[in-house]
Design a protein around this ligand. Sequence first.
Ligand code: PLP
Length: 401
Amino acid sequence: IYADVKKGPAIEVFALTQAFKDDSNPNKVNLSVGAYRTNEGQPWVLPVVRNTEKNIASDENINHEYLPVTGLDTFTSAATQLVLGADSIALKEKRAFGVQTISGTGALRVAAEFLYQQLKRNDVYYSNPTWENHHKIFADTGFTKLHSYRYWDQNKRQLDLKGMLADLDQAVPGSVIILHACAHNPTGSDPTQEQWKEIADLMERKKLFPLFDSAYQGFASGDPDRDAWAVRYFVDRGFELFVCQSFAKNFGLYCERAGNLTIVQKNGATRDAIHSQLTLIIRGSYSNPPAYGARIVSKVLNTPELRQEWMGCIQSMSSRIREMRQALRSKLVELGTPGTWDHIVNQIGMFSYTGLNEQQVRILIDKYHIYLLKTGRINMCGLNTGNIDYVAKAIHAAVTS
Ligand code: PLP
């Protein structure tokens, strides 16, 4: 029965992590994985998360009954408010709501299913480059017109706004446009507020549908309001849109799969119909979501003191990343490594698109045991005060070899 099943291609980021684990070299460095690491190179359970877990575990009133199909209400309302803002006009007018999903990936999948089945959308645009799962999620859902729009100017190592607008200008009305809400993965380069306005102008004129992928709110700058600026700007302009939220990075809840799909409508009268269709999509996919991560996020966001503590945690993660950006840039400049390295400090979030080419990446992996994606993307969290000199010298050697 199974004889004709062909082996599928490896997923690069997981293959690299395996290669890293198998490598016995004491100097090895993993810059590929998409997760936060402390200065000691360890995963970090946010203290506010750890304490909340303990409280939940000892709460005799909590049981393991199924959640409703669309999840825990206190979680979805807090998540929706986190991204839209407490003063959001869409919330005040009761024309926005959320459904719980299996982290950010699940939000994207449920969104894609709804757009395909209910709104009959078949054209989707994602940035070139983007998080590689965007293509797969929409293709697996059934979308057949998958397009990329220009995003990155490799020479200038910055956003190619002109190219992006030119490509979106070609999109047919109703096309779904995936936008990274903040901390673009993999480039770390976001549009400025002025550039977002130009993007919104074009999308309004061409009647394009914004689907914001928000995987790094608060984690990027340390300020959740600042990281939600683009989403809120589009909402204030009157767009109907989706936001796919992940709590993997900003709560460090990677494996707990806490996510939310926020739906913003022009008129709240469509809520019940949309909610019922999302319910059916989720029911047919996995019935109902897991409670553990959602309970933690809900408790923290809905308790002022805990929320304050969480703000401290995201600030400490984002500032460590910024310090590593400064340190790497300084060391490369100090070494006189050819090229400009300002983009490393101008980029935001977990990733930096270094501009290293495939051959240079190969040298870093094979000769220096430094693991990174072949596009030259590195996870800044993989750097720490113990390995940054080694990594900077290796990059210098790879660039000058
Ligand atoms: N979107 C982007 C751009 C991401 O980088 C990620 C994770 O790396 C996700 C979505 C979804 O992550 P998760 O499903 O773990 O929440």
